[in-house]
Design a protein around this ligand. Sequence first.
Ligand code: SF4
Length: 366
Amino acid sequence: MAPLPEPLDPPLVAELRAGLLAWYAESARDLPWRRTRDPYGIWISEVMLQQTRVEVVEERWVRFLRRFPTVADLARAAEDEVLAEWAGLGYYRRARSLHAAARVVLESHAGQFPTDPASVRALPGVGEYTTGAICSIAFDQPEALVDGNVERVFARLFLVDEAAASPALKRASWDLARALVPDRAPGDWNQALMELGATVCTPRVPRCSGCPVSARCRALAEGRASELPRPKARRPVVEVEVELALVLRGEEVLVRQRPASGRMGGLWELPTREVTWSAEAAPGIHEARWPEVLTETGEVLAEGLRHSVTHHRIQGRVLEARLAGEPAGGMRWVPLGELEQRGLTGLSAKALSKSAAAVARLRRSR
Ligand code: SF4
């Protein structure tokens, strides 16, 4: 393991803070959540930004706050509504945690967002990073934070020769972040670090000529800026072939809710089975068999579906099927017109959209 950064000398710390804060004041992107100090709004933006590009979050953050303007509105909403509003942003467990945390704020803190870091950290789904973001940006507290952008900036600035997202780089980055976060403008400092990583100290080709702290960058001095952090080993892609069952009853369609724990927990989907998969492990996202009460009619309603979930590359087709008996095992009849208000998995949403013509034909023929 490479040696961790040496203790920081005060002139270096002062120079980094002054350079980065002045640059941020001048160059920060004007993003909607940067115009508020409301901890609720900041919290939502941070959770969205952990998984989605800024351009997408710009639109979705505004939409989410229009739908749930306060933490109490979020707490009182049904989980399905929250998941439906989150659809397309991925990592649905985060949406469920947001909802659970909003309920804690309402019930245990009388609807007021807690201000001390320990209480913020104790909210469901809130980790070290989000605590740092909320406390520093909304409450001006000198709490540190580290995300992938900050790790990259530190790996280069302080020549931490470790792999991206490795425990060693995380440890070193948190030590550095805590040592560097200032008492004055800690929120701006944290955002400046992330902004530098997002816009200047970018993954492949950092724009060192426009960097406000280039004079102090050890990776640049050694000609290793674009080498660090070292690439992490990638998980091999798993190819999966699936079939989705479309069962209609008048104006209703049969859907099934995924188990609360696990991938896409709580979302709704067409009954789905994995037919083949390239990994040695048994099916990963769906079961291998239909529920016993389902039988295929043999008619293919749509083919050529493609979808990705983390390292799973999925191909699929939609089959017409029938239900013998009553829905069981999380299945339920839902009016076709209400599907959009439910949180549907991305794969099922694509399957339904691709089968729209077939669905219209089946409805006409009954
Ligand atoms: Fe990143 Fe280059 Fe700035 Fe170093 S000089 S921190 S590598 S942008």
